[in-house]
Write a protein that binds this ligand. Structure first.
Ligand SMILES: [Zn+2]
Length: 100
């Protein structure tokens, strides 16, 4: 609360605006520049950075799981008796590539 009544008189004060170089742009907390990773257009505090890493890892895991399932479904659709080279060709033709 930035206002109060003192002897019947309404008093109001304003807090100084925090320096934007000390503020996390994700959670808006003023943590100080030593606790921020500063980017060109935004700052992120360590806490938000840890959370973002955790969320990114979960997303990557979900995406990998989905792609492995899709590849599994594709491999199951290939007829038995097909040579490994033909299977490899079918995998390649389907767009799967080795990640460098
Ligand atoms: Zn933050």
């Amino acid at each position: 609360m930035n206002s109060f009544t003192h002897y019947g008189q309404f008093m109001k004060f304003t807090l100084p605006e925090p320096d934007q170089k000390d503020v996390c742009n994700l959670c808006d907390k003023e943590v100080g520049k030593d606790n921020l990773i500063t980017g060109k257009n935004a700052n992120i505090c360590f806490e938000c950075s840890d959370l973002a890493k955790q969320l990114a890892d979960e997303k990557r895991k979900e995406m990998a799981f989905k792609q492995v399932r899709e590849l599994g479904d594709f491999l199951e659709s290939i007829e038995g008796g097909t040579s490994m080279y033909e299977i490899a060709e079918k995998i390649y033709d389907a767009g799967y590539r080795k990640v460098e």
